[in-house]
Design a protein around this ligand. Structure first.
Ligand code: BGC
Length: 750
């Protein structure tokens, strides 16, 4: 990926990407649809009923027993059965049916690279990509395609033909432990990016899985809570992200979530699976359950679940008997198997069977991971301290493990990076707990900075003693604090503070030397009680394989920051629709939530489709940093607003680089339908040299302008005046106006 997209390339990209469904590749696939169908029929009809059923019953592809240590009682049986023959060590495995030429299914996590929390394929490493929240911060479909391309190539080379990649749950809850695996709070941004990421993976004959369908915005009580909101709100928010992802990426599979949606478990919810996904959106792939998300045989199969993933109770073992007694139709089982077979044929996984031992260009992938990390870093504050002056001689680097590496997220998506992982676990920790400990990619920010600034004298302090760190910082030209907040599947945070006393430490360091830059390495928004005291803040997220180098590139100005926040940073949790996480219970915060028991509880999503910035706008609340926000080392000005209405909304503006350095502006178009909050309707990434200006036209996405009319059962856009603005973020309108749009309507099967 190029850090700098020229305008022409940017425009070509922006016009090409959203229409991926009708792209060259899409057309070829359409043309091939009849052939694919015929081949799928042939293979499925050559199978016995038992063989068809076997495709729908995934087992664990690895065993925790192989860790060779006593396992605590709460570890589910499914995770301790013997590793099945033929499995290469993945989260899910289904044996091949060589008789009909259908390959085994090797299902591996996830969206930040080829995951292995540490026991699946001992010793195996992969490119650790920056978090997908960081990917969303690029606002670049091209970057998402790039990330998918790396994942797909590595999966294929490792013999993995199904990636459980494509997490797109909207970030309704900034304390959710899995936001780092998702793409932020906006359905258009998240949907477009997930579509490209999936397309990138599937281009390598590897199926990809959009997940977790649907809602699932917090980990607390994830197995039991009932996510409640109106149909219209769902379709305009969380489901819209999935819908765009399905349209653009054509994922082979979708994973239904653990939680309930409006009273029914997602994996036995006919409205979600049969009606919306398969009928309204025409999804031709298969629905697999999340691991342990199935509660029944009949209710789930009849609601549209096609494959049960590993869990202790094997409900789908009852399929043969159910067909025998007529309680499940024979045709339905054929449909389940056919969906799997057809989708695997469509991505090319039947023709080109992935085998372990393929070559991976480690160096090239690491360099690309670094470029992606650079593109996702967001500059939040700069009092002129960045980029670091070439004259800065004495630099103090402060931070927990900043000498070792950068944090990586925990849970099923965790990748063991090339070069290994550092686990922050005390000596003697049970090996299983060690796997769940805060983990770091060995991409030392300290070493990277020293390499980037060979003439500087750099001192290091781990920040564990604020007074000591402050004393060291006092005499430095610049102090750089690498702050960390780790995240882990299964665990939400109670609040937005930095752990391990880092907020106090930063305040002490900045008190001693205001020329302090804070590099936030977090999976989520955090509060910044010390913001007024520091000279600069970078949001670096979990930056992956070469995170240390990526951060150094931005600090030194080798690369100008270009990331924009894909999630609002609240000023306080009181501003959120749920000031406290519903059902949050510190006693039940367990890694991956293994063994956690909750009583069912409802969560009413009072914000409806007004997630994140839309909620702030509606309530007149000012966040700490708005969605879309991000500075760079130059400044831009907007002028010459023009707009056209009628059928579609097109907004034209001239953007000029008014500073002294080249930089990338992400011009964002927000539109408010009559009586509704603002919605991100499009954006343009514009690379400009100093003094250069360019005129861009952004066309509002037609789907985003529509609202769902529940009583009519269709999408509608009422005629009226639509207020809009183009600006630097959801909170920074540069040019605004209003335009009359004609009424428009669209069937829900659009
Ligand atoms: C996670 C999924 C993941 C699966 C397999 C579940 O706990 O929710 O995202 O794909 O495990 O590892």
């Amino acid at each position: 990926m190029k850090g700098t997209t020229s305008l022409l390339a940017g425009i070509m990209l922006l016009s090409a990407i959203p229409a991926a469904g009708q792209s060259q590749k899409g057309n070829t696939r359409m043309a091939n649809a009849a052939t694919i169908d015929a081949q799928a029929d042939r293979i499925v009809d050559a199978m016995t009923l038992a063989e068809q059923i076997s495709l729908t019953r995934t087992r664990a592809g690895a065993s925790l027993k192989d860790l060779g240590v006593p396992l605590p009682a709460f570890i589910p049986e499914a995770m301790r059965i013997d590793k099945p023959e033929g499995s290469i060590g993945t989260a899910g495995f289904v044996p091949a049916i060589p008789r009909v030429g259908f390959p085994a299914q090797h299902q591996a996590d996830a969206s930040l690279g080829i995951a292995d929390i540490g026991y699946l394929r001992p010793g195996q490493q992969s490119t650790s990509l920056p978090s997908t929240l960081s990917l969303a911060a690029t606002f670049s479909p091209e970057a998402a395609l790039e990330a998918g391309d790396i994942i797909g190539a590595e999966a294929f080379a490792k013999g993995i033909n199904i990636m459980l990649a494509g997490g797109v749950n909207l970030a309704r809850e900034p304390r959710n432990g899995r936001n780092f695996e998702y793409l932020g709070e906006d359905p258009l941004l998240a949907g477009r990016l997930v579509g490209q990421q999936i397309a990138g993976i599937q281009a390598h004959h590897v199926a990809s899985t959009i997940k977790h369908y649907a809602v699932n915005p917090q980990e607390s009580g994830r197995f039991v809570y009932d996510a409640r909101m109106s149909e219209a709100a769902l379709r305009e928010s969380d489901l819209l992200a999935f819908e765009i992802g399905v349209r653009d990426g054509r994922p082979a599979s979708a994973m239904c979530a653990y939680n309930k949606v409006n009273g029914l478990y997602a994996c036995e919810n006919p409205w979600l699976m049969n009606e919306v996904l398969k009928t309204d959106w025409g999804f031709k792939g298969w629905v697999m359950s999340d691991w342990g998300a199935v509660h029944s045989l009949h209710a789930s199969v009849n609601a549209g679940l096609d494959q049960q993933s590993p869990q202790d109770k094997d409900f789908f073992a009852g399929l043969e008997a159910a067909v025998g007694d007529g309680s499940i139709e024979r045709q339905r089982v054929r449909d389940m198997a056919r969906r799997i077979v057809r989708a695997m044929i469509e991505v090319g996984a039947v023709e080109k069977v992935a085998k372990p031992g393929g070559e991976i260009p480690v160096e090239a992938h690491s360099a690309r991971a670094q470029a992606l990390a650079e593109a996702g870093i967001v500059l939040l504050k700069n009092d002129g301290i960045l980029p670091l002056a070439a004259t800065a001689r004495k630099i103090v680097v402060i931070g927990r493990h900043a000498d070792k590496g950068v944090p990586i997220g925990g849970g099923s998506s965790q990748v063991i990076p090339w070069g290994g992982v550092y686990r922050d676990a005390p000596e003697g920790t049970h090996p299983l707990s060690a796997l769940m400990a805060p983990s770091y990619s060995l991409a030392s920010p300290l070493k990277a900075l020293a390499a980037a600034l060979p003439n500087a004298e750099i001192q290091f302090d781990d920040g564990s003693n604020p007074a000591r760190a402050a004393a060291l910082a006092a005499s430095a030209d610049v102090a750089i604090v690498y702050a960390v907040k780790t995240e882990m599947e299964g665990i939400d945070h109670a609040d937005l503070s930095l752990p391990w006393g880092q907020d106090d430490m930063i305040a002490a360091v900045a008190g001693a030397n205001p020329r302090t830059v804070v590099v936030l390495q977090t999976g989520n928004p955090v509060a910044m009680p010390w913001l007024g005291k520091v000279g600069g803040v970078l949001q670096a997220w979990f930056s992956g394989q070469r995170g240390g180098d990526a951060i150094a590139s931005i600090l030194t100005g080798r690369v100008a920051p270009s990331g924009r926040l894909p999630i609002s940073f609240p000023a306080s949790t009181e501003q959120l629709p749920h000031p406290k996480i519903v059902g949050f219970d510190p006693a039940k915060q367990k890694a991956l939530s293994i063994g956690v028991r909750y009583d069912p509880f409802p969560i009413d999503y009072v914000e409806g489709s007004d997630v994140g910035y839309r909620w702030f706008h509606l309530k007149g609340e000012k966040p700490l940093f708005p969605f879309g926000f991000g500075l760079t080392y130059t400044s831009f000005d907007y002028s010459g607003l023009k707009q056209t209405g009628g059928q579609t909304l097109k907004v034209t503006a001239t953007i000029r680089n008014t500073g002294k350095r080249e930089g990338l502006e992400v011009a964002q178009l927000y539109v408010a339908p009559p009586g509704r909050s603002i919605r991100l309707a499009g954006w343009a990434r514009v690379q400009l040299k100093p003094g250069e200006s360019r005129t861009v036209t952004i066309e509002a996405d037609t789907w985003v302008l529509l609202s769902y009319d529940e009583s009519a059962g269709k999408w509608a856009r009422p005629a009226g005046d639509y207020r809009f603005f183009i600006g630097k973020s959801a909170g920074e309108p540069e040019l605004s106006g209003s335009v009359f749009l004609n009424a428009a309507a669209q069937d829900r099967r659009r």
